[in-house]
Ligand binder design. Structure first.
Ligand code: 5GP
Length: 213
């Protein structure tokens, strides 16, 4: 009931981070598919599209010059450099979604998670996805076969640096089984949506109950 869009609930910013290859993107996509109220924030990036990626769907692919202009225009709620490329979460669509009572999911790194939690401390929920082992992470990165071996090696090297930030998150899930991890993530989202302070409709309901009594 709390996740029905018609209930005037305060929108939440659900931030999911993990090292590349831990399954964060698949989990995020599925959660958005299963919840009408939840939309994915599409970031802008200076990196080039991987095979199968579509401009405006996975990312808005922009030139470094364009990215710089967007930063100067304060067009990002947060932005950061990851793997020598710039990534940013566009502010305007996020604000529109929140005002419409929708929740926004961010598939971003620990720097972005920190910035968003600092900007919106009451409305941010942070979830970190851990791989069961580094060997498993390497296997998933290679299976994806979208990046060159050198890029994969670099990403693996960075994974430990990213994992180092796990304490900054409200929830930490180990993705050893996709379905189980997804069930846990969906439970987190549902419970966070039921929090009293997000459910503005309870106050008038209680006022009505009191008036009836
Ligand atoms: P990839 O190039 O593999 O799609 O993403 C690399 C990393 O950048 C991932 O950890 C991803 O979550 C992060 N990322 C993607 N978009 C953003 C963003 O807008 N802001 C920040 N801070 N990180 C992002």
């Amino acid at each position: 009931m709390s996740n029905r869009l018609e209930q005037p609930r305060r929108g939440m910013l659900l931030v999911i981070s993990s090292p590349s290859g831990a399954g964060k993107s698949s989990l995020s996509r599925r959660l958005v598919q299963d919840n009408d109220r939840l939309v994915l924030s599409v970031s802008a990036t200076t990196r080039g599209p991987r095979p199968g990626e579509v401009d405006g769907r996975e990312y808005a692919f922009v030139t470094p010059a364009r990215f710089k202009t967007l930063v100067a225009d304060n067009a990002f709620l947060e932005w950061a450099e990851v793997h020598e490329q710039a990534y940013g979460s566009p502010r305007a669509p996020i604000m529109e979604h929140l005002e419409a009572g929708r929740d926004v999911l961010f598939d971003i790194d620990w720097q972005g998670a920190q910035s968003i939690a600092k900007a919106e401390p009451d409305d941010t929920v942070r979830v970190f996805i851990l791989p069961p082992s580094l060997g498993d992470l390497a296997k998933r990165l290679r299976a994806r076969a979208q990046d060159s071996e050198a890029v994969i090696e670099r990403r693996l090297g960075r994974a430990l640096g990213e994992i180092d930030h796990w304490r900054e998150y409200d929830y930490v899930l180990v993705n050893d089984d996709f379905e189980e991890t997804y069930t846990r993530l969906a439970a987190i989202y549902a419970a966070e949506g039921l929090k009293r302070r997000r459910n503005l409709w309870i106050e008038p309901l209680v006022a009505r109950l009191v008036a009836e009594g």
